[in-house]
Design a protein around this ligand. Structure first.
Ligand SMILES: NC(=O)c1ccc[n+]([C@@H]2O[C@H](COP(=O)([O-])OP(=O)(O)OC[C@H]3O[C@@H](n4cnc5c(N)ncnc54)[C@H](O)[C@@H]3O)[C@@H](O)[C@H]2O)c1
Length: 362
């Protein structure tokens, strides 16, 4: 199949509501200025107000991004958002989420940055609060909305790869964790804050695993962080293999770093290099390569847009479409995201319970 023929199958334009609502931001930290605001600007969504515990920061972000109002108090931002019929875009450390959404008006729309709490208990509190307040809620697991992931899903759904039997996510990189100071106090770090994206992406392709095997661990040069490397097997039975392997402490030259997501089926395979993770924060290029059973060998498909920031248009557009049409299948719904949290919880359980002991006796 040629790339021209593929263009009738692949369309990575993000979905958009018919009548976009304004957005108000709660939390104006790194992810908001690096990804939310650039993505919303690209999509043409208006951010009308913002609030941060650090009021000066919110005011500066408002000034830099042409946001009409910044607020020193959360209740004032919420009243303003309600009056505007705005979507509440919450991007704060996970431990803060429940306390914030409890204060939102009934039936409003809210998009919440991942993770959905620090543990399954917090995820349940968040889910229950959203249900009780009848919020239209989503969690920002936006890797599944990255244009390269959307393209892969469309090719798979069109049957081009046959039956999928192998999914692998591999990260070998040097991550400057000092950029996120709040992570240093977390008991659950690598899986809950990073591999969670890959778990969610694997679920996007394969559905819910029946079980997991996992070990998440420290790095000798990053002992201040609870864990920075993980090995996860998502168990889909006897035929489908799904592995996530992350090592964020590979300090041996940027060119030797790796970050790819590979999917193999009975008729073809796709291998995606995810550039943003390589040599972070400088980054490298994405590469989307595929091979089908047409004798043409590996080919490269040019895909416009990346994980950061383009993928961030998808969860916001999808949430707003869900508000317009309650039957809309919103890919980042809180109900679906909760299942990713269940898998994360199982990973920590597996890691804590330990592996099968080796019996060297005879
Ligand atoms: N989806 C992604 O790919 C991605 C990437 C990075 C971060 N994140 C998530 O986004 C969240 C924020 O990360 P960040 O990188 O912006 O961190 P950050 O430290 O740069 O910013 C966090 C901001 O939240 C503010 N804040 C804390 N508690 C608050 C509260 N109760 N009310 C209002 N503001 C509050 C802080 O003052 C700070 O400005 C984290 O949960 C993180 O996991 C997601």
């Amino acid at each position: 199949m040629t790339n021209t023929e593929l263009s009738s199958i692949v369309n990575t334009d993000p979905e958009k509501p018919a009548n976009p609502r304004p957005i108000v931001s709660i939390g104006t930290g790194g992810i908001v200025t690096d990804a939310h605001l650039p993505a919303y600007r690209m999509a043409g969504y208006k951010v009308a107000g913002c609030f941060d515990l650090n009021g000066a920061k919110a005011a500066q972000v408002a000034k830099d991004w042409g946001i009409e109002r910044s607020f020193d108090k959360l209740d004032e931002l919420i009243a303003f958002g309600e009056e505007q019929g705005a979507i509440f875009d919450v991007a704060v450390p996970a431990s803060e989420i429940a306390g914030i959404i409890r204060q939102l008006p009934e039936k409003s729309g809210v998009l919440i940055q991942k993770p959905m709490g620090e543990s399954i208990g917090e995820a349940q509190t968040i889910l229950k609060t959203c249900r009780d307040k009848k919020l239209t809620a989503g969690i920002n697991f936006q890797l599944r909305r990255a244009p390269f992931m959307v393209a892969a899903k469309q090719m798979i759904d069109a049957g081009l790869l046959g039956d999928i039997h192998d999914v692998e996510m591999r990260v070998v990189c040097q991550t400057p964790w000092n950029l996120w100071s709040f992570l240093f106090e977390k008991e659950r770090m690598e899986v809950n804050y990073h591999s969670i994206h890959y778990i969610d992406a694997v679920r996007f392709f394969l559905g819910d695993p029946q079980a997991v095997y996992s070990k998440t661990m420290k790095h000798p040069k990053m002992m201040e962080l609870a864990q920075t490397r993980s090995a996860i097997i998502m168990d889909y039975g006897d035929v489908v293999r799904a592995n996530i392997s992350t090592n964020h402490g590979h300090d041996y030259a940027p060119d030797e770093q790796e970050c790819f997501f590979k999917i193999e089926g009975t008729k073809g395979a796709i291998k995606i290099q995810i550039g943003v993770i390589l040599n972070y924060p400088k980054g490298s290029v994405d590469k989307f390569r595929y091979v089908l059973d047409d004798g043409k060998g590996w080919q490269e498909l040019d895909i416009s847009g990346s994980w950061f920031p383009e993928a961030f248009m998808g969860p916001m557009g999808g949430l707003q479409k869900k508000m317009e049409d309650p039957d809309y299948a919103f890919a980042n719904s809180i109900e679906d995201a909760y299942k990713t949290m269940c898998v994360v919880e199982a990973c920590y359980g597996s890691s804590a319970n330990g592996a099968t002991k080796v019996d060297y006796g005879f």
